[in-house]
Write a protein that binds this ligand. Structure first.
Ligand SMILES: NC(=O)c1ccc[n+]([C@@H]2O[C@H](COP(=O)([O-])OP(=O)(O)OC[C@H]3O[C@@H](n4cnc5c(N)ncnc54)[C@H](O)[C@@H]3O)[C@@H](O)[C@H]2O)c1
Length: 439
């Protein structure tokens, strides 16, 4: 919404949220999320044509177009628990819109939702006395955290799904006009509502599938002495496959991939397609397997026991350039190490607050230390779990001198110079390639 406000000064954008803390933070210098470039975009538009408020009713009344971007987590209860999307926040919003509307509105699905949600929303919204008409569009968000502003300024595509009726098409054109302010028309795709809704789930499923595919290959590489970096380069140079998303790692995280695949799995089951459901479910299973495999590798290299050993975790966010830790693989890795009774020290430049909340149950078994040098001091091993750029440029000689020996680096993102680390005396255990160990 901040980018729309920046690019379209003649539109007034009001962001409303029921969470007062978040709205206050959006009004302050300390925004509630970290995203490169976001602060500047917000500061440019805030107070001019971008406003933040907790007055949901007034926001609804004033708006001609309402983007609904509420959370759609995986259901934790009842039918579909653990797989289906929990649409309670979406439905509540639809009912709020119906209750407070004083004119016709276009309602845009920004949240990621199961196929045919727009249809259900349309039925709720148009169930009133018929005084006002609501046109529901699907406009899924494809931005990736960490590169959100760039992705919004120069998207590969913008997708808008609408009904084929004249009213539906007029609403689609209304939304196209907003994006046309800065995005070439040929990058704005218009489809049916259902294709648009499904495309978002499928895009995330394909991205996550590539990660699980290369991670499954990393296991074969470790067993067969092949090198996953060499394999992924050779495979990715095939123009039909392409090089992106082929980095082996400890696994994918983030609030979307797992929940969206599980949602797809649930939809497949719902439509009586168990083989298709099983195919996509395996992507999530391989991701869990990869995290467990990584911890097993840590423990077995550390002489089959980590009891009482200090282990430094470099990076807790689910990826670099974000403070977001939702579904971060580091959560499972730290919990599994704690089960093995290690003393884990978590370091991260942006995510320590979230890490504390995620690992609160583990109490004093986990320490939190922003400075990676302090975290590593006295440790038996460093685990690189997030690909933060700063970890490439640390003074590893100084770090080695402060650690217990033999000192290990487990590079869960394959970002460090393994040969150089080995040359100065580290035992280095990457993902999907032979360890460089001596002592
Ligand atoms: N985070 C991403 O990178 C990303 C990318 C693409 C799509 N999405 C999708 O966007 C949606 C939101 O994701 P998010 O990461 O921003 O979630 P979030 O949980 O960080 O934010 C959702 C916000 O909605 C507010 N909310 C809930 N119910 C409300 C109501 N009835 N009225 C007003 N506000 C209400 C919450 O207070 C919260 O601040 C999800 O469906 C997600 O799948 C997220």
């Amino acid at each position: 919404m901040a980018v729309i406000a920046k690019q379209c000064p003649e539109y007034k954008v009001i962001v409303v949220d029921i969470n007062d803390d978040r709205i206050q933070a959006w009004k302050s210098d300390d925004l509630p999320i970290y995203e490169p470039g976001l602060q500047e975009v917000v500061e440019e538009a805030r107070g001019r044509n971008l406003f933040f408020s907790t007055d949901v009713a007034a926001g609804i009344q004033e708006a001609d177009i309402i983007f609904v971007s509420v959370n759609t987590p995986t259901k934790t209860f009842g039918k579909g628990a653990g797989r289906a999307a929990d649409l309670q926040y979406w439905e509540r919003t639809a009912r709020d819109i119906l209750k407070h509307s004083n004119g016709n509105k276009i309602v845009v699905e920004k949240s990621t939702v199961p196929v045919r949600t727009a249809e259900a929303m349309g039925r709720i919204l148009n169930s009133g006395a018929g005084a006002h008409r609501f046109e529901v569009l699907s406009n899924p968000e494809f931005l990736a955290e960490g590169t959100g502003i760039r992705d919004l300024m120069e998207p590969d595509r913008v997708l808008i799904g609408g009904q084929s009726t004249p009213e539906g098409q007029a609403a689609v054109e209304e939304l196209v006009r907003i994006y046309e302010h800065w995005i070439p028309r040929e990058r704005i795709l218009t489809t049916s509502v259902w294709s648009s809704e499904l495309s978002k789930l499928v895009a995330n499923a394909f991205l996550a599938q590539r990660i699980s595919s290369i991670n499954s290959v990393s296991a074969i590489c470790e067993a067969s002495q092949a090198d996953v970096t060499e394999v992924s380069r050779a495979v990715g140079m095939d123009s039909r496959i392409g090089p992106k998303f082929l980095n082996a790692s400890i696994g994918f995280g983030g609030s979307c991939f797992k929940k969206d695949i599980l949602d797809l799995v649930y939809l497949c089951e719902h439509y009586g397609l168990p083989e298709v459901a099983e195919y996509w479910a395996q992507v999530v299973r391989i991701n869990d397997y990869q995290k467990r495999r990584f911890v097993r590798r840590v423990v077995s290299n550390l002489f089959d026991t980590v009891v009482g050993k200090r282990i430094a975790v470099f990076g807790f966010a689910f990826k670099s350039n974000t403070g977001d830790t939702r579904e971060s693989p580091a959560i499972d890795v730290c919990k599994q190490l704690a089960e093995e009774r290690a003393r884990v020290v978590v370091s991260d430049p942006r995510a320590l607050g979230n890490a504390r909340a995620d690992l609160a149950d583990l109490g004093s078994q986990i320490e939190y230390e922003r400075d990676p040098y302090e975290a590593a001091a006295g440790s038996h091993a460093i685990l690189v779990l997030t690909e933060w750029e700063i970890y490439r440029t640390l003074d590893y000689k100084r770090i080695l001198a402060s650690m217990e020996k033999p000192a290990y680096v487990f590079d869960g993102r394959n970002i460090l110079d393994h040969e150089a680390l080995h040359a100065i005396g580290f035992n280095v255990v990457p993902i999907g390639k032979a360890p460089l160990t001596s002592l």
